[in-house]
Write a protein that binds this ligand. Structure first.
Ligand code: S6P
Ligand code: ZN
Length: 185
């Protein structure tokens, strides 16, 4: 980095309870119609399609998508289910295999991680619990509670997001309602 393009420090307010970020550079909003194929109960997808609920939003800080940068996002997954499957993110691999830092800040959720060879791990992310997603592990977050599930993510600016392989192959496990709780099936 030369003096000409030296970047200034950035300070951002993160509301850990609500997930609001101020200022933010972009927001990703995903409704059911953006990820309808991800849910296994087709009748439940059809029943919810008219309302097309917002499943989650992610606010991103104004950091360049370049090597050596650390981009950060706050994600808010609404509470809800499609059939017996909890609201969740699309999930992705990073195009450039690279680790990611997650920190739960509100609500009750978990992150499902999976290698390309099919090894799976699920970690809960209550407020204050950090989860490290190592390079090569796809990741999808799930709200298993009744309040919005909020978490912070920090990833490399050149990571890139590969959604296509998850859209094609899915995850080997689903997080499903089970009484008042959940099971991984
Ligand atoms: C980015 C990080 C998260 C997700 C966000 C939305 O590497 O893993 O900020 O982007 O939770 O999930 P998705 O799967 O739609 O990107
Ligand atoms: Zn990621």
């Amino acid at each position: 980095m030369t003096l000409e393009n030296l970047q200034l420090p950035l300070a951002t307010m993160l509301d850990l309870a609500s997930g609001d970020m101020d200022p933010y550079a972009l927001v990703v909003e995903r409704r059911l119609s953006h990820m309808a194929e991800a849910y296994h109960d087709r009748a439940a997808v059809t029943a919810a399609a008219g309302e097309d609920p917002v499943i989650y939003r992610a606010y991103e800080a104004d950091v360049p998508h370049e090597a050596s940068q650390l981009v950060y996002r706050m994600t808010i997954i609404e509470p809800g289910r499609i059939g017996d499957e909890f609201y969740m993110t699309k999930g992705h691999h990073h195009v450039v295999d690279s680790g990611e830092f997650y920190l739960g800040t509100a609500g009750t959720g978990a992150v499902v991680m999976q290698t390309r060879s099919g090894e799976v791990r699920v970690e809960e992310m209550p407020p204050g619990r950090a989860v490290y997603v190592p390079p090569g592990w796809a990741h999808r977050s799930v709200n298993v509670g009744t309040e919005p599930f909020v978490f912070l993510a920090v990833f490399f600016g050149n990571a890139g997001h590969d959604y296509a392989s998850i859209e094609r192959d899915g995850f080997a496990v689903r997080v499903l309602a089970d009484g008042d709780g959940y099971r991984v099936g």
